[in-house]
Write a protein that binds this ligand. Sequence first.
Ligand SMILES: [Zn+2]
Length: 266
Amino acid sequence: MPEGHTIHRHARLQRRALAGAPVRAWSPQGRFTEGAARIDGHRLEDIEAVGKHLLYRWEGAQTLHVHLGLFGKYKTFHDDPPPPTETTRLALANGRSVVYLTGPTICELIDPQEEEQLRARLGPDPLSNPDATGRFGDKLSRRRVPIGAALLDQRVVAGVGNVYRAETLFLAGIDPHLPAGSLGGEAAAELWATLVTELRRGERTGRIVTVAPPDVGVRRRADIPGTERLYVYKREGLPCRRCGDGIRSGEMASRLIWWCPTCQAA
Ligand SMILES: [Zn+2]
């Protein structure tokens, strides 16, 4: 499932391509025909990312809410777009650019009250609310589940997925099994700062690279090979890039997590 940095990046790039002008909307697949008709021809004012959710705001129409889920995908074309495929749930186009959406878990129009309910269910988003250190700390302090499970709970923090939870816990030197509530203010603040830094870089570049260049023997981040861009994620049994100890894995919140028993001892 795409993590928050990908969703924010979609919002930014689609905003640049489509916002500020009337947009044609239709549903080639036919499963969103009525909804598309209600936004068709309206001026797109803005696209906002909230965790893993996207909100499209129109002049004179309801807000469009999209969640990609496991299989959802966007494709954007700027010149000479190919026709949409039969599985395209929603097509958005202006004179210059076209965005095709396939396979989303959610594609619906919502009113302000439904948007409020959605926001109330979500914890702070490191990209939209970088100053929410205190709110994040408060949420953690009330959870007894392991910190590795809490990070995947969108009510605690919005936008973190399986790659960032494992990698940021490594960077912050925190054992994923530690109860979230026992973390302490300083550790929670450091973890939050790590989430903000890493998700921001991911949003900017479109890929997740958490490794520091010297840890893989290169000088620049751009030179890090694709196979060496992470510290622990999917590296079970391989030596830790910092200490050489074997990376371990286990299940947490129904997903696998990886960690270094030495670098993340406490
Ligand atoms: Zn290590």
